[in-house]
Design a protein around this ligand. Sequence first.
Ligand code: MG
Ligand code: MG
Length: 278
Amino acid sequence: MVLVCKFNIVGKGVIIKTEEEIELLRLSDLMVSETLALMGEILKPGVKSIDLDKKAEEYIRDNGGIPSFKGYEGFPASLCISINEAVVHGIPSDYEIKDGDIVSIDCGVYKNGFHGDAAYTFAVGDVDEDTMELLRATNESLYLGIEMAVVGNRVGDIGYAIQHYTEKQFGFGVVREMVGHGVGRDLHEDPEVPNFGRRGRGIKLKENMTIAIEPMVNMGTKRVKVLRDGWTIVTRDGKPSAHFEHSLVVKKGKPDLLSDHKIIEETIKNNINIKNLK
Ligand code: MG
Ligand code: MG
């Protein structure tokens, strides 16, 4: 999660990681993925989003990590939990999750000096088919973007793949104000990785750059606004929004995923309260 106008990327330039640093990042991302999997286990109608946050923080701290988001620019919680028309940066609260809600959970873990960062949108109970299509398309666009994250391509190739798929094929709206980012010792490093763009444009991707790709896709208008809490970003038209995020290493031919959505999807399969994407 990077809100261009709120979070400034650190601006140290792109930092290429060593193999040792990449293995530390992988550990942080593993904990992020495990935390999201835990959320996929306990999510059901009636659960308060604040309770999810408490469980996540407990899990992270019990395993020697620190929630990256807590206190970040003053953010008050460990997870960003953004429900239905909320795009990102939702603050966990007493809101009870209802049957038919979509719940986007973004998690960051700091451990051994490095941040892991990933997100997943969960469909709770009887989510309507149009919204399921939004979730599937957003998730698929993430992998189309990931395929482009190889040595020799440019950042614009990633954004183009995501935007072309979700906007041209489905007529959805890709959020412009927030973008993916480099990730490492800082949660948000250079470069910015927009979910829109033009092929062949932007900086060249180099081996062992570590980036987070995170399409935020709205069913209706791409336009968003910030709620009075100063954090929660919602769609302007009140229609739902989905958010999926992976952290990865740029490599030749095929990127190396640091976060693991498979373990999240395995737990969803065993939770009758969550609808599978596939
Ligand atoms: Mg994130
Ligand atoms: Mg991120």
